[in-house]
Design a protein around this ligand. Structure first.
Ligand code: HEC
Ligand code: HEC
Length: 303
């Protein structure tokens, strides 16, 4: 009896230790950052490609207001709704006091300055693929945006998801692959598009179906999915009959620029905010996205 008890206690302790180790946040130190002079013009491109304003500006914001990142909007998620934080350079209520390393750890590793995990509704499972240089540039650009004073209460999801530590386990599966490897089979333009789609553009977060654990199901990359934020579905954007196989590269680039499909339908749903951001991205980058989407393995219609 006593032996069984001791064995059980040891098992629980081992389990807790394993949980602790497996959920330990991965971060990088300031000394690991490359020696890089920030380029705010490149930072601006990444800001628009990254769609930071879609969540962190007031909902439905347009024009100048897209650069006012005071947060406070409610974001739907399958597990409940989250309030989006203030990421404007206000020092009291935003992230004005953050170091570059703190910023990089938040966006690339989903870890807060105090070492807590963020919920993956903040799409760091995609942003992890951004280069460190690009993140340094993005921070430098965001430092030039208006400081918005707006105190946002950080919400927590219902128990057990209120225990942020557990998110570390999810990250082991779905957000532990930082960086980006160009594909030697693709051209430079196509690889630029692959980087933009996979990393900053986080297109897969909406267009790729999820596994049972809510990770992106890479086997059905961009194959279309039920929406996690709102009712409805997100279309298949692979070059298949069920996707956008009949769109030319020019059609795709024009859609991102103007919001019009080849049939002259106007963009709607959650894509409208994505497109409003992409309208500000340099044309060559919209063309790169179009060139890459044409190379993605075609997927059949989503179930
Ligand atoms: C799909 C919505 C969404 C998009 C797009 C998004 N974020 Fe967020 N972001 C969130 C949510 C939700 C949180 C809070 C997560 C939590 O509470 O765990 C967050 C948190 C943050 C934080 C931490 C703030 C704090 O006070 O702790 C930073 C920094 C941040 N985001 C930067 C960015 C940047 C930079 C971009 C664009 C590259 C971006 N976000 C795009 C939803 C988003
Ligand atoms: C926040 C979720 C979300 C993100 C992120 C997102 N999309 Fe979309 N996308 C949608 C939705 C929803 C639609 C359907 C729009 C409509 O009904 O008008 C759509 C439509 C499209 C279409 C048109 C497809 C068709 O058949 O009409 C293309 C092309 C597209 N998205 C490309 C992209 C690219 C490229 C990215 C990344 C840069 C991206 N999307 C990121 C949600 C998203």
């Amino acid at each position: 009896m006593r032996r069984i008890l001791i064995a059980l206690i040891l098992l629980v302790v081992a389990g807790a230790a394993a949980f602790w180790l497996l959920t330990t946040p991965t971060t990088i130190a300031a000394s690991d950052l490359p020696d890089h002079t920030p380029d705010t013009a490149n930072g601006e491109t990444l800001f628009w490609a990254g769609g930071c304003a879609s969540c962190h500006a007031a909902s439905g914001a347009k024009g100048e207001n897209l650069t006012r990142l005071g947060g406070g909007a409610e974001l739907g998620s399958p597990l409940g709704s989250l309030t989006v934080p203030n990421i404007s350079p206000d020092t009291a209520t935003g992230i004005g006091g953050w170091s570059t390393a703190e910023f990089v750890n938040a966006v690339r590793h989903g870890v807060s300055p105090s070492g807590a995990h963020y919920y993956p509704a903040f799409p760091y499972a995609s942003y992890q693929h951004m280069t460190l240089e690009d993140l340094i540039d993005l921070k430098a650009f965001m430092d030039t945006l208006p400081a918005v004073e707006n105190e946002v209460e950080t919400a927590s999801l219902p128990f057990p998801f209120s225990i942020r530590r557990g998110i570390g386990l999810w990250k082991r599966f779905y957000a532990s692959d930082p960086g980006f490897e160009p594909d030697p089979a693709l051209s430079d333009l196509q690889n630029r598009g692959a980087y933009l789609v996979t990393g900053p553009g986080h297109c897969g977060e909406c267009h790729t179906p999820r596994t049972l654990l809510f990770g992106m199901d890479r086997a059905h990359w961009l194959g279309g999915a039920p929406s996690l934020e709102v009712k409805g579905t997100v279309p298949n954007i692979t070059p298949s009959e069920d996707g956008i196989g009949d769109w030319s590269e020019g059609d795709i680039a024009y859609y991102l620029e103007s919001g019009f499909t080849p049939d002259f339908d106007a963009v709607g749903g959650t894509m409208a905010a994505v497109q409003r951001n992409w309208a500000n991205v340099p044309p060559a980058d919209r063309e790169a996205v179009a060139a890459y989407l044409k190379t993605v393995p075609p997927q059949p219609a989503a179930d």
